[in-house]
Each structure stands twice: as structure tokens, then as C-alpha cells.
Ligand binder design. Sequence first.
Ligand SMILES: NC(=O)C1=CN([C@@H]2O[C@H](COP(=O)(O)OP(=O)(O)OC[C@H]3O[C@@H](n4cnc5c(N)ncnc54)[C@H](OP(=O)(O)O)[C@@H]3O)[C@@H](O)[C@H]2O)C=CC1
Ligand SMILES: N[C@@H](CC=O)C(=O)O
Length: 427
Amino acid sequence: MLKIGILGLGTVGSGVVKILEKNEENIKNKVGAKLKIEKILVNNLNKKRELNFAQGILTNDAAEIIDNPEIDIVVELIGGEYPAYDYIIKAIENGKNIVTANKLVIAKHGKVIFKKADENNVQVCYEGSVAGGLPIIRPLQNSLAANKIKKIYGILNGTTNYILTDMSKKNKEFADSLAQAQKFGFAEADPASDIEGADAAYKITILSLLAFERFVDVNSVYVEGITNIASEDIKLAAEMGYIIKLLAIAKNSDQGLDIRVHPAFVPQDHPLAMINGTYNCVYLHGDAVGQVMSTARGAGQMPTGSAVVSDIMQVSKDINFNQREVQRIDKFLDSQVVDINEIENSFYLRLEVYDQPGVMAHIAKIFGDNNVSLASVLQKQKDNPIVPLVFITHQVKEKDLNKSLKAIESLKDVVKINNIIRVENNI
Ligand SMILES: NC(=O)C1=CN([C@@H]2O[C@H](COP(=O)(O)OP(=O)(O)OC[C@H]3O[C@@H](n4cnc5c(N)ncnc54)[C@H](OP(=O)(O)O)[C@@H]3O)[C@@H](O)[C@H]2O)C=CC1
Ligand SMILES: N[C@@H](CC=O)C(=O)O
């Protein structure tokens, strides 16, 4: 019998307990040992819970798990940076194997945690940390290991994909869709991490670690969230043949790593445009295998529970059969991240201008002076002295676009620049 201590009994922790109970027999057969939940750490012992436990299982003292010599595997599901990180380190030092779904901790502290795990001869598994129920950590470590991976495009945040899908398909307002995602338990305890892009940045940092064998400083990832996306942008994107998605992108080249998270126009006929709701997707290119695309629900109790329990089972099997999967992280290098200003993209620009002669000529001249060429222009007629003007540019370096936008903003016939969104035509 192997004994498990779980830190956290929220959305994911409850899912893990349910799966371990529901599939108990099947899990025992696959692992070759019975798995027993010894203790569960919660914050508030008096909280009303959907699951019932025997006396003494729930505790609010972390030491009863991380310092407990009976426990073989510590499953960290409390989230956030601290005390989660401290608990993981202490548990490793105490010889526990770790399973976690905490992308923040793995993205920020993976290097230290993996080193510590190696020194203590234990494993750290984190399949649930990226894209919930979508298998991608183990495939990158194993099934795709023969490949050199050049680029990854991901829809890695369930909350924002849910919001964008709702806004585009059901004409819902941002705040209503976010509230729904929070109610379902997809959103982080602090949903700013979802809607402002940090959650996806942690996830693409973890994928880059495995795909490119590079440690990335998560603070060097360029991040923009979806809080500026208006329903007007979603409608205009559709008119122009695109869907707006929050993309997490990592491309490796001799110049360094182009790694970023931002909303993007995705062509309507691209498979990524068809990933809706809480579904996540990873779309990558391996030199041997070619394109690989996988999709599954990226957030929520049972999909994430599925990934976490699979990790628990893998670690249990390894303990049971006395083996340990080794990650050769000692060979991983630190990454050079390419400055966003040097990256070329096509852009969607939505402006409001005074409807008067010459405005187009003034804007076109500034674009021309800064090497910005236009792929399409959409001028909306309104019975109003102020009209929207929409452009899609050809590929241009961000720094050149920004120079021209600064000049355009100061034109007196331009009211304001409403939005700028990157257009990913070459995924
Ligand atoms: N929700 C999702 O869909 C997904 C979440 N994840 C990740 O999984 C992890 C857990 O997320 P989720 O289940 O949503 O989080 P929740 O907020 O739903 O649950 C957190 C749990 O941890 C407990 N807890 C929080 N802080 C402490 C503390 N300082 N000491 C003791 N217990 C504490 C809470 O106790 P109490 O119940 O008493 O309040 C609660 O049981 C996070 O890292 C998250 O990013 C990953 C993929 C998907
Ligand atoms: N808040 C996250 C949960 C899973 O990682 C998301 O919405 O994707």
C-alpha cells in the first residue's frame, strides 16, 4: 500500500479524491498497489465540503503531511507561490515524491525544485500544471523526445478561452462570462492571473523548458491579456475572416527564444480557431514527426484531476517497482529571450477618426515613412462625425509599428487608437 498526502481540497483536490475513490480498483490493478489517502491539508477545517471524510483525515497543519514518515507522495494542490513552494521543498527534503498542478511554482522555481528532487532521489510530476486534462508534459518528456521542436502555439488558459468563446458565440459581456468561469472553478483564486495572461505565461514557460531544454525566466515572457478585447474587435475579426484567441507562443531559433502570450487574430479555417470553451490546445512542430495537435479540456475539476491522478499513478508504479524517471535537467541551458520590439508580425489596428477629407492620406503617409505596408483597410460608415477605421498590416517589426502609431496618435484628425492586436497568419 502507498500513502498519499494531499495539500488542498478545492476544485482540483476534490476532483483527485473523487477519481481515486471512483476508479479505486482499476487504479490498484494498473499500479500494482493500493493507494490510500492518509491526510488532506485545508485552510479552513470548518468549511462545508461536498465530500465527507473519516475523522482525522482533514488537517490544517501541513507538517502532518510533509513531515509524516508514513506518506510516500505529497500532492500539492493549494496553488499560489507561498507556502506551496516551501511545502514542496520541505517535502522533497523529507524524501517525498511530489505531484503538483501548480504552474506558477514550476515555471518560477522549476530549476531549484528539480535539482532538489535529483539530490533527494525523488520525482516531481506536473502534468496537471499545463492545460489541465490535455496530456502534454509526459508526451514532451517521452513520446516526442526524439524530435527537435522549433515552435509551439498553445491555447493554454481555459478561463480566457471560455470568455472569448462566450463573447463571440453568445454575444455575452466579458464580466458575465468571467463570473461563470469562476463559478465553474476554472479561474484561478485571483482571476487576474487568467485574464491578464500570467497563467498562460507560466504554462508556455513550462512547455519551453521541456520542448527546447531551456530554462526561461518567466519575467522575460512578453504578456498581454484579454481585458482590452471589445465585442467590436470580435465582430470585426469575424468580418475579416478571423477568430480572436489568447495564444501562448514559443519559437526557438539561433537568435533566441521568441516567447509571448497575447490575444491574436487566428484565421477562421485554422484548427486553433475551432478550439472553444474550456478546451485547450497545443499545436507544435517536431522535425521528425511534423505537426502535432492535441486538444482536451484545459481546466476544471475532473479534467485536471485526471492529469493529477495519472501522475500519482506513475509515481506510485515507479515506487512500487523501484525505479525512478530521471529528467536530464542538468543539461538544460538558460534561454536568451528575443525582445518583442524585434519581432515581426502582422497587426490589426482599430482607430477612431474624424470623418473628414485627408485623414486617410495622413495616416498612410506615416505608415509609408515607417515601412508599414497595409494588407487591408476597412472604413465603417456611420452617421457620426467620428468613424472607425480598421487596418491589417503586412509583416512589420513591432518597433516600426510603434513608431508609426506614436505619430498617428498625435494627428489632429485621429481621435484615438482603440486597439492593436497581432494577426497570426503563419501558424
Ligand atoms: N481549477 C482548475 O481548473 C485548475 C487549477 N490548477 C491548479 O491547481 C491548483 C489548485 O487549484 P484549485 O483547486 O482551483 O484551487 P482552489 O482555490 O479551489 O483550492 C485551494 C485549496 O487549497 C487550500 N489552501 C489554500 N491555501 C492554503 C494554505 N495556505 N494552507 C492550507 N490550505 C490552503 C484551500 O483550503 P480551503 O478549502 O479550506 O479553503 C483549498 O482547499 C492551483 O495551483 C491551480 O493553478 C491547474 C489546472 C486547472
Ligand atoms: N485558471 C486556469 C486553470 C487551469 O490551469 C485556466 O483557466 O486555464
